[in-house]
Unconditional design. Structure first.
Length: 281
C-alpha cells in the first residue's frame, strides 16, 4: 500500500468527486474563533471542512473560505441538514440557505448530508428527495447521510434514485468502532467519515494509548487520527488551537504497525464507549 499523504483523497462512488482523507471539524466553534480556526486549518494543509446547520457556523466557514487565498474549488466543504423544515419545498429552501452560507450566492457544497435518521421514514424520504434534487442541480456535488444504521440505508432502496449514499458520517474511534455499520458501508462502497475521532479528548490519558504514543514519539491525538486513517475512515478532528490544528495534520510521517492497530482495536466498548450513545446501536 502506498504511503498516505495529506493530499490523499477517496473516490465517491458514482460521482466525479473525491473526498480528502483528512477533514477538519468545526463543531462548537463560533464567529471569529471559527473563522480563525478554519483559516489556520487551511494554512496547515487541510482541504476539507465539515460544518452543519446544527453547528450554527456555516456563515463563519463561508467567510473564512472567502478570506483564504486558496481557491474555492480546491476546498471540500460538507454541511448537514438537521431535519425536515415541514415540506419538500421548505426543506429545499433550508438547504439552499445553508449552501449559500458556506458557498456564496449560486455556490455549491461538495457534500450535503442528512444529519440524523430521525424517527420516521417519511421525513427521511422527503429529505433524500431534496438532496437528490440539489445533487442533480449541481448545488451538492455529492450527497450522503450521518448516523444511519444499515436498516436505514437498506430502506433507502425503496425510494432513492441515488443509491448508495456517497458517505455515511458516524462516531468512530477506538472505544466506539460500530463494526456492523463499518462492515456494511465497506461492502457497499460507502465512504465512512469519522466524527469525534479524538473521542472529544475523553481518552487522551488512556495508558494503552499513551504507551503507543510514546513508542512513535507522537501525541495521543495523532495516534487516534492515524488509527482512523489506517482504518480507511475519513477522520474529522477539531480544535481551535493553531498548534494542535497543525499537529493533528502531521500524521503522515509514520504508520502504526499491525500489533498496535490490534491493541487499539481491542479498546472497543461498543455503545458503552460512545460519546453520543443515542446515535449508536
Amino acid at each position: 500500500m502506498a504511503p498516505l499523504t495529506l493530499q490523499d483523497r477517496a473516490p465517491l462512488t458514482n460521482t466525479t468527486s473525491s473526498i480528502p482523507k483528512l477533514g477538519f471539524g468545526v463543531y462548537q466553534l463560533y464567529g471569529q474563533s471559527c473563522q480563525k480556526a478554519v483559516l489556520d486549518a487551511l494554512q496547515a494543509g487541510y482541504r476539507h471542512i465539515d460544518s452543519a446547520q446544527l453547528y450554527r457556523n456555516e456563515a463563519d466557514v463561508g467567510a473564512a473560505v472567502q478570506q483564504s487565498p486558496i481557491q474555492r474549488e480546491d476546498i471540500f466543504i460538507t454541511t448537514k441538514i438537521r431535519q425536515s423544515a415541514g415540506s419538500p419545498d421548505k426543506s429545499y429552501r433550508s438547504c439552499v440557505e445553508s449552501i449559500e452560507k458556506v458557498g456564496g450566492k449560486d455556490g455549491y457544497v461538495d457534500l450535503l448530508l442528512i444529519h440524523i435518521p430521525g424517527t420516521g421514514r417519511e421525513s427521511r424520504e422527503e429529505l433524500w428527495g431534496v438532496l437528490e434534487r440539489l445533487h442533480a442541480e449541481g448545488r451538492a456535488r455529492a450527497i450522503g447521510v450521518s448516523n444511519y444504521r444499515p436498516q436505514h440505508i437498506e430502506e433507502m432502496k425503496e425510494y432513492a434514485k441515488v443509491w448508495p449514499p456517497h458517505v455515511n458520517q458516524v462516531e468512530l474511534h477506538p472505544w466506539c468502532q460500530q463494526r456492523d455499520i463499518v462492515q456494511y458501508c465497506e461492502d457497499k462502497n460507502i465512504v465512512l467519515a469519522a466524527y469525534s475521532p479524538l473521542s472529544c479528548g475523553d481518552h487522551l490519558n488512556d495508558p494503552t494509548l499513551g504507551a503507543i504514543a510514546d513508542k512513535y514519539d507522537k501525541s495521543p491525538a495523532q495516534i487516534l487520527i492515524r488509527f482512523a486513517l489506517q482504518k480507511n475512515w475519513v477522520p474529522l478532528p477539531k480544535s481551535g488551537n493553531p498548534d494542535r490544528i497543525k499537529q493533528n495534520a502531521n500524521v503522515f510521517d509514520f504508520a502504526l504497525d499491525e500489533g498496535d492497530m490490534k491493541t487499539l482495536d481491542g479498546l472497543d466498548r461498543g455503545k458503552a464507549g460512545a460519546l453520543f450513545p443515542a446515535n449508536v446501536k
